[in-house]
Design a protein around this ligand. Structure first.
Ligand SMILES: Nc1ncnc2c1ncn2[C@@H]1O[C@H](C[S@+](CC[C@H]([NH3+])C(=O)[O-])CC(=O)[O-])[C@@H](O)[C@H]1O
Length: 332
């Protein structure tokens, strides 16, 4: 099994140290509950990555590691074949020794929409809930946080993260393959400085409990950055799809930004701001050579791109930024 000792050691070196045993238990429980059948094969594949030091790295403007001239033509082709065995590549793009991993999502566009609306991450302890393969964790690392912890239950995404980590290990970015429900319920004063939850809330059956859990993992004065699908409408409106939404069968609540604000305030967060609202385009989410399954284009009404195939408003996402009060209040 993959070793997470470096991650536990890194967490132990911060004020999160009282919680390290619980993080460890969570990973062990998760692996005991479910270990992906391909994991051994993937770990073997990781060993075939080129053992060279990148001659350049950029995580400020994109995630680019090394250059094309560091590989011969055959090594370049072998790298492509190796990386393709980790299909589907959903979040990115990545540039690895000249290989352009053209992922389903332009996750860089999402980062561009929020990066100027958050408190600077320098010296902060950051949690990215549902981090996918960790694309945004690397972009966060460019701001020199003390530590970034990405969590996501997907073991394939953990492997994609491990590919980049091989070359970016001098950055304090770590990944644990667990869902939020495996983390402590409340971390009190030793909680995170900033928590990102992007693209997760609409998958939760109980969105209020999700927000309360995130708040309880923040230290007093910490910042929550929440991104989710929203609809247009009044402050008291929310869409609960009858069945699927844009072909996804695990979508529960799509609030208006007004209702989302209300939820966050009710949960005891302060200074709740709508930082950005944007409609997802078929340029931002699309099938590529690196993600060959269906994508957004196939989930929209062919006659009206403003609607999903089920007749609901097409995907629109809002970024909310809020603070946990310094003083305890009577909220949950
Ligand atoms: N219980 C859970 N706890 C935590 N994560 C979960 C859970 N269940 C599923 N996930 C993970 O949540 C992620 C949601 S994608 C957002 C990725 C990134 N944040 C992005 O904003 O691009 C959705 C989207 O495409 O927007 C997936 O990687 C799941 O494995």
């Amino acid at each position: 099994m993959f070793s997470f000792n470096d991650t536990y050691n890194a967490l132990s070196d911060t004020r999160l140290h009282p919680w390290v045993d619980q993080f460890k238990d969570a990973v062990h429980k998760r692996m005991a509950d479910y270990t992906h059948g391909n994991i051994t094969q993937w770990i073997e594949l990781l060993k075939q990555l080129p053992d060279i030091t990148p001659d350049q790295i950029d995580i400020t403007n994109k995630v680019a590691i090394g250059s094309r001239q560091q590989l011969s033509d055959s090594e370049f082709e072998q790298l492509e074949q190796l990386l393709k065995q980790f299909h589907p590549w959903r979040k990115g793009p990545y540039h690895l020794f000249g290989q352009h991993i053209d992922t389903e999502w332009r996750s860089d566009w999402k980062w561009d929409r929020i990066k100027n609306h958050i408190s600077p991450l320098k010296d902060r302890i950051v949690l990215d809930v549902g981090c996918g393969n960790g694309y945004h964790c690397w972009r966060m690392a460019a701001q020199e946080p003390k530590l970034v912890l990405g969590i996501d239950p997907s073991q394939l995404f953990l492997m994609q993260f491990a590919i980049m980590q091989k070359y970016l290990s001098n950055h304090p970015v770590h990944y644990l393959p667990v869902g939020l429900e495996y983390l402590p319920q409340n971390m009190g004063k030793q909680g995170f400085d900033t928590i990102f939850s992007m693209g997760v809330l609409y998958h939760r059956r109980s969105p209020i409990d999700h927000i309360i859990h995130l708040k309880n993992l923040l230290k007093p004065g910490g910042e929550l950055v929440l991104e989710t699908l929203v609809i247009d409408g009044e402050d008291d409106q929310c869409l609960i799809p009858r069945d699927r939404y844009a072909q996804m069968n695990n979508v529960w609540f799509l609030p208006t930004t007004g209702m989302l604000k209300n939820w966050m305030r009710k949960c005891g967060l302060e200074d709740v701001q709508v930082a950005n609202v944007s409609t997802t385009s078929t340029e931002e989410q699309r099938a590529t050579d690196w993600m060959t399954f269906q994508s957004l284009e196939d989930y929209l009404d062919p006659h009206d791109k403003g609607l999903t195939i089920e007749g609901y408003p097409a995907p629109k996402r809002a970024f909310m930024v809020a603070q946990k009060p310094l003083q305890k209040n009577k909220k949950p």
